[in-house]
Design a protein around this ligand. Structure first.
Ligand code: P61
Length: 439
């Protein structure tokens, strides 16, 4: 625990950016669920069985078999984390001038698409941009938006469609199986590939089980396999669903693209049987897959997030609905209506919450959205959110109660809160390092 005065100094020194705080100054860390999960005894035991051969490690073959079994793709290219896989697939499939439609942007995904010369186009349904819409599958793609894009630019200039499950920036919202089938059908007619962002696909599978009657009696593992079957490849950050501290992969079916990826990975990540990871990391991820698809695990994981969300709702805190899989998202526009978007309401709220309680959260609004690559202007996203992200198997219900009390305390004094001014901005993924001062 630290004092309020201490935290006032710490956040000022961090330029009011929670990414720039030192973790020792944080009491409950809800910055992210990425790499912050607690590994099980079984995973730790696997760490002791690392085969650290440069080439052909046993752990690679174990991971490959697990990915084939649970995700269903033929080929595996390990990478150090999700963005490593995004880099490879973007470099291979995107030609300068291409378009890459997807269900809302994700920061690293879009950046790799842009660096490869592509333009991301958001084709998510409108409901996703409305924090109050109760639509059960706010991660769905709008097929009209997608087919208009294909008609407008021509299928030749659409590199592939990125389908995220769940959609992080929309609030951890799922996509339905029916929508995945429809996207597959539409894109197949035009010969366009589908690349799944499977980072939290297991959480998505749980929502399908809950909300799509056809799947009420299916297991999460069965649903996951079917979801993947409607795509050609997936990019994966194992740091989320798969309960590891580091790791990711690209998995795919097409032999030719596999060969290209297997060649490119040796340039940027490491040999094609380790992809920037130690053998022990590959083993922990292989074991994590089996644990992650257990229905009991995923029910408890999403249930914890729901518990916090329900408590916040009961005291009138504005959050994104329905409650998502990995996080609660505070709606900063409704929380701090006195602030204009260029006074950075979500950035401000994340800083206030830290000062109040030592709890660390993340801005997901105008700072995260970055600038338009052509005009250089800020992108102004409709959603201006603060993400309270829950690492898996880490916090107790008592921690959750502290979190709701802290949010309530800031809400009670919300009228006093002033905004921020941006004083330093880096070129790429600015939200990680941008600095602010209080207005
Ligand atoms: C997160 F503030 N997510 O949510 P990598 N796809 C998806 C992700 O959620 C994701 C990646 C790909 C993080 C870490 C992070 O703007 C940020 O293993 C749906 O992190 O490379 C990562 O996977 C990339 C935080 C990433 C951010 C980018 O906290």
């Amino acid at each position: 625990m630290t004092t309020r005065e201490y935290r006032e100094r710490a956040i000022a020194e961090a330029g009011y950016n929670t990414f720039l705080l030192r973790s020792r100054d944080v009491y409950i860390d809800l910055l992210t669920d990425s790499g912050t999960n607690a590994m099980s005894d079984n995973q730790w035991a696997g760490m002791m069985l690392g085969d650290e051969a440069y080439a052909g490690s046993e752990n690679f073959y174990h991971l490959e078999a697990q990915v084939q079994k649970y995700y269903g793709y033929k080929h595996l290219v390990p990478t150090h984390q999700g963005r490593g896989a995004e880099h490879l697939i973007s470099q291979i499939l995107i030609k300068p001038g291409d378009f890459v439609p997807g269900n809302m942007y994700f920061t690293t995904t879009r950046l790799h698409q842009e660096l490869a010369g592509g333009t991301f186009v958001d084709v998510i349904i409108d409901e996703a941009h409305d924090p109050e819409s109760l639509f059960p599958f706010k991660g769905n793609l709008d097929l009209n938006k997608l087919s208009h894009l294909i008609d407008r630019v021509g299928a030749q200039r659409v590199s592939y469609v990125t389908v995220a499950a769940t959609v992080n920036m929309a609030g951890g919202q799922p996509i339905s199986m029916q929508n995945l089938r429809d996207v597959r059908e539409l894109t197949a007619r035009h010969g366009i590939r589908v690349v799944l962002d499977a980072t939290r696909a297991i959480e998505n599978a749980w929502f399908i089980k809950q909300r799509e009657p056809e799947f009420a009696t299916s297991s999460v593992a069965e649903i996951l396999r079917e979801m993947c079957s409607y795509s050609d490849a997936c990019t994966m950050s194992g740091k989320k669903d798969l309960l590891v501290n580091i790791g990711g992969f690209l998995a795919l079916n097409d032999q030719e693209i596999f060969e290209e990826a297997r060649n490119l990975v040796v340039v940027y990540e490491g040999l094609h049987t380790y992809g920037g990871l130690a053998g022990r990391d590959l083993e922990a991820m292989a074991r994590g897959i089996e644990e992650a698809v257990q229905d009991d695990h995923i029910e408890a994981r999403i249930g914890q997030v729901e518990y916090v969300g329900e408590r916040l709702l009961s005291i009138g805190i504005p959050i994104v609905l329905p409650i998502g899989g990995h996080a609660i998202f505070l709606d900063a526009k409704r929380f701090l209506p006195q602030l204009k978007q260029l006074e950075f309401p979500a950035q401000t709220l994340a800083a206030e919450l830290y000062v109040e309680s030592g709890i660390r959260t993340m801005e997901r609004g105008i700072v995260s959205a970055g600038r338009n690559t052509e005009t250089g202007e800020h992108n102004f996203p409709k959603l201006e959110l603060v993400r309270l992200t829950f690492p898996r198997r880490v916090y107790t219900q008592a921690h959750c109660d502290v979190v709701t009390e802290a949010v309530e305390a800031v809400y009670d004094r919300r009228q006093e809160v002033r905004g921020l001014e941006m004083v330093y901005e880096p070129k790429y993924l600015r939200f990680f390092q941008t600095r602010f001062e209080r207005l």
